[in-house]
Design a protein around this ligand. Structure first.
Ligand SMILES: Cc1ncc(COP(=O)(O)O)c(C=O)c1O
Ligand SMILES: N[C@@H](CCCC[NH3+])C(=O)O
Length: 415
């Protein structure tokens, strides 16, 4: 069930009229649905029910504290990629014992903080990281729980910027050398081997690459077993896609049905790290039409949200649906390029969109709950947008729009 629907020609977010939220909190404004976040998390959790598992929400997709809080209350684990994300999870009430720490470049401070917090597992991505982590753990009289993130070299058939499991990508340890690195790790006093991880990419629309990767990873698990290195968990990474336009991504249930038989009888806890599939369709970005401008070649709807608020269209040439907050029939449908005020030709949210709009109208960019606000910047000295979480008939402001003072905090003039 979609929680962003039209009622009598007006867009609603659960039981809140989007227009009311925009009028109250201004635009641009992200709106998230608690019910959708909940439903999506449960889809993964239920799909793995009956087997030992942990669904670690990928914080990078949307790290607003209230989003993390909603998921923490559902018992979610978290996949983090920085000390900042760890601090957010802790602030939001997340359980450090359910945190996995991924990333190719963890700093010593970040490793220390994560050890101190008592996280579940470090997904180690290189030999140098393994040795640094070992030294830090020993200096703290601890053993760091570790999975090697292996790069299985499979083509996940997604946008090249978001493929992560090819041997030309920077992520993970080459699967061909991983066995040797596990053997090294087993001898390190500061390291406790607990699992294995892989991640092949994001916005995946097919199951087959998951199975190809799993087959390679399980072959490695068997070789490690033969060497006396037993693992407790397997992190089956690769982000299921969402529908932006007409894609038909596999559901968590289908993904689980495909992988579970391959893991049957292995006594490996299953971990997953979904980000987009949980947050993507749980959010919209609301923006106001500042004006309409026609040139000889194009008609532009100039809106108050820009590439600094939502980078995906220009970064990946991503198509994101743009819909009116109030449907109107008193103006003709015309074809618009929907663009922001930023001084870049690449500042667009959508191209060649048929819309019936007039200046002052609000538009909503759909499926903006993942990799939306988190990728925002202050380019052109633009304050980052407000964020609102709806919960039934309640709309909570969960991040105030930035002010000019927020933007210059920490800057100073010369004496
Ligand atoms: C290691 C890791 N985990 C989780 C994710 C989240 O992916 P997605 O948002 O596609 O679910 C990513 C992003 O690709 C990732 O690299
Ligand atoms: N930011 C990307 C996804 C990155 C995946 C993270 N490893 C997007 O918007 O599609």
């Amino acid at each position: 069930m979609d929680h962003f629907v039209y009622r009598d020609g007006a867009l609603w977010a659960e039981d809140c009229a989007v227009a009311d939220i925009a009028a109250r909190h201004g635009t641009p404004c992200y709106i998230y649905s608690r019910a959708t976040l909940t439903r999506h998390f449960r889809a993964f959790d239920d799909a793995l029910a009956g087997t030992d598992h942990l669904v670690c929400y990928a914080v990078k997709a949307n790290s607003n504290l209230a989003v993390l809080q909603v998921l923490a209350r559902l018992g979610a684990g978290f996949d983090i990629v920085s000390g900042g994300e760890l601090a957010r999870v802790l602030r939001a009430g997340g359980d450090p014992a359910r945190v996995v720490f991924s990333g190719v470049g963890k700093t010593e401070e970040e490793m220390r903080a994560a050890l101190q917090a008592g996280i579940y597992c470090f997904n180690v991505e290189s030999e140098f990281e393994l040795h640094t982590l070992d030294a830090i753990a020993r200096s703290m009289n601890r053993r760091a729980p570790v999975a090697l993130r292996v790069n299985p070299d499979v083509d996940a058939k997604t946008h090249p910027y978001i493929a992560t499991g090819l041997k030309t990508n920077k992520f993970g340890v080459d699967i061909a050398t991983a066995e040797q690195l596990y053997t090294q790790a087993a001898r390190l006093a500061g390291i406790e081997i607990v699992g294995i991880a892989s991640h092949i990419g994001s916005q995946l629309l097919e199951i087959t690459p998951f199975l190809d990767a799993l087959e390679r990873v399980l072959a490695l698990v068997d070789r490690l077993d033969a060497r006396g290195i037993a693992l407790r968990h397997i992190d089956v990474g690769g982000g299921l896609g969402v529908r932006y336009k007409d894609e038909n991504p596999p559901l968590p249930q289908h993904w689980a049905q495909a992988i579970r038989p391959r893991l049957a009888g292995r006594r490996l806890r299953i971990l997953a790290e979904p980000g987009r599939a949980i947050a993507g369709n749980a959010g919209i970005l609301v923006t106001r039409v500042l004006g309409i401008k026609s040139t000889q070649a194009k008609t532009f709807a100039i809106v108050d949200a820009a590439m600094n608020d939502l980078l995906r269209p220009t970064l990946y040439q991503a198509w994101m649906d743009i819909v009116p907050v109030r449907v109107r029939s008193d103006v003709p449908v015309r074809t618009y390029d929907v663009v922001g005020p930023v001084c870049e030709t690449g500042d667009w949210l959508g191209k060649d969109r048929p819309l019936a709009i007039a200046p002052g109208d609000w538009l909503a960019v759909r499926t903006a709950g993942a990799y939306g606000f988190v990728m925002a910047s202050n380019y052109n000295t633009r304050p980052r947008a407000a964020e609102v979480m709806v919960d039934g008939a309640h709309a909570h402001l969960v991040r105030a729009r930035e002010t000019f003072e927020d933007l210059v905090r920490g800057e100073s003039l010369l004496p």
